[in-house]
Design a protein around this ligand. Structure first.
Ligand SMILES: Cc1ncc(COP(=O)(O)O)c(C=O)c1O
Length: 482
């Protein structure tokens, strides 16, 4: 395949993804060839070839002197995972042994020349790095005092707290100044929240599959993870949670209600309300992981659990890692009735989060371009996730199922048969492609036949080649259809 042919293939796949996900519904007239060429930065010739290909595949139909129209199609996208495996023992809770394995996966995934489909990072060109640099420069110039602040005196910089309060107010949460603690990313926020509400050997309920570093954190704090089955559609199963809490006292329930990692599920409002009611009924706190909450694909922002009437028992954790830059390490906990204890833990365990960066982020937020940036980012991530989904369905073994993320930028893929994706990881790296093996998203080694793909980078010809190589690797496994 030469470079030009790959270009029009890639464009066709991107457009195809938009059609399959109803962004361009049946009967819709596509933008003109000139417009598509401007929007996608491809030559007129490449756009024409991509449209020809889509016509051959039955996605579009040319109408003389008018343009290209989306064809009605009877075959749905299909192959979507509807339910995570539910063969999960609710009792006894299990301990975790994944740390070294994960460190190895992360290290190999970020090696130079390896397609960045492993670690969930956005491409740096999608982030407002130049604007952030200017904010740092302004703060360095105007606030020399920040360089000499005592770290254990005041963990929070008031400018940033004020910006956060304003943002949360727009989302229906009126948070007092002293309810917020600024942290080193969402990682520290989750750590402080867990250490506040749980003691050694306590059980905490987690989504399954769930974020692997959270599982590691639970283990290293001497806690025990209780895996609650979660679906790519609605997130944590509340029926399973209720069965679990009737059997076992849980110190907390940790959920990522908007754009969960790894499945990109969004918990519907009715489920959010039910979860809050369960927390009230069985008297447990909720740790709400909001790290992807700005990256929802629906028109409206899902309502945070913290905004519910029982919000006082919610410790809401978040950060700017997925939307501004993972290197900032700026996050927060809004601790509700636990806020004073969270603050005290922060003081004891780390003093404060870098005040220069806190004020630089506040400066960036004051400038008022964050919401605009988020709107563009959400659209971009959605396009990337859709394009990646199409590539996976095209190149992976028949019977492969994918999540249909409703936010964020990761895709969960379930392979047919008894493929062990952790065992194949080094062979993928040798082919210069990374992924996160499914088993690390479980405390008990489930999801061996799954992988998570990072869709934080624009889908290019190189991505198509990388996914084709992965597909080839999985297809050549003798057991893939067992
Ligand atoms: C679900 C989830 N929670 C928390 C974090 C940690 O975020 P941060 O980089 O801000 O520490 C991540 C990072 O990938 C994540 O995916």
């Amino acid at each position: 395949m030469n470079a030009t042919s790959r270009k029009y293939e890639t464009l066709a796949l991107n457009l195809q993804a938009l059609i399959e996900h109803n962004h361009f519904a049946a009967g819709y007239k596509l933008p003109s060839i000139r417009k598509l060429s401007e929007q996608w930065h491809y030559s007129i010739d490449t756009v024409q070839k991509a449209l020809n290909l889509l016509e051959d595949r039955g996605y579009v139909q040319p109408v003389a002197k008018s343009g290209y129209y989306v064809q009605a199609r009877s075959t749905p996208l299909a192959n979507t995972c509807t339910q995570a495996p539910d063969s999960i023992a609710l009792e006894p809770p299990v301990n975790l042994e994944v740390a070294n394995q994960i460190a190895n996966f992360l290290k190999s995934s970020t090696r130079e020349g390896v397609a960045p489909l492993g670690v969930a990072f956005p491409a740096h060109e999608l982030l407002p790095i130049a604007t952030l640099r200017r904010s740092y420069a302004t703060v360095n110039r105007t606030r020399p005092d920040l360089l000499t602040l005592g770290s254990h005196v005041e963990p929070n910089q008031p400018e940033l707290v004020q910006q956060l309060q304003q943002r949360f107010e727009l989302m229906g949460m009126k948070l007092k100044r002293d309810e917020l603690v600024i942290t080193d990313g969402c990682t520290e926020a989750l750590g402080l929240a867990l250490q506040t509400v749980a003691r050694h050997n306590d059980v905490v309920a987690v989504e399954s599959p769930g974020y692997y570093l959270l599982l590691q954190m639970i283990e290293s704090l001497g806690l025990r993870a209780l895996e609650i089955p979660s679906s790519p559609e609605h997130g944590m199963s509340l029926e399973a949670l209720e069965i679990a809490v009737k059997q076992t006292r849980i110190a907390a329930c940790i959920v990522c209600p908007t754009a969960s990692n790894p499945m990109g599920s969004v918990m519907p409002d009715t489920h959010r309300k039910k979860l809050l009611d369960l927390a009230e009924k069985y008297d447990f706190p909720i740790v709400e992981d909001n790290v992807y909450a700005d990256l929802y694909f629906e028109r409206f922002r899902p309502r945070p659990l913290k905004a519910g009437k029982q919000g006082d028992r919610v410790l809401m954790c978040g950060s700017f890692s997925k939307s501004l830059s993972p290197a900032l390490r700026i996050g927060y906990v809004a601790g509700g009735k636990y806020a004073a204890q969270v603050l005290s833990k922060k003081r004891i365990l780390s003093g404060s989060t870098n005040p220069i960066t806190q004020v630089a982020v506040a400066h960036y937020l004051e400038k008022g371009s964050f919401e605009r940036h988020l709107r563009t980012l959400r659209q971009q991530f959605e396009t990337q996730v859709r394009a990646m989904s199409s590539l996976v369905l095209k190149h992976f073994p028949p019977g492969t199922r994918i999540s249909e993320p409703k936010g964020g930028f990761v895709l969960w893929v379930e392979l047919p048969g008894d493929i062990d994706t952790a065992a194949l990881f080094n062979r993928a790296i040798a082919r210069k492609v990374a992924y996160m093996p499914g088993s690390v998203f479980s405390a008990s080694g489930l999801y061996k036949n799954c992988i998570r793909l990072n869709c934080g980078h624009p889908v290019t010809d190189d991505t198509a080649v990388a996914i084709a190589k992965l597909g080839q690797l999985f297809l050549t496994q003798p057991n893939h259809l067992v």
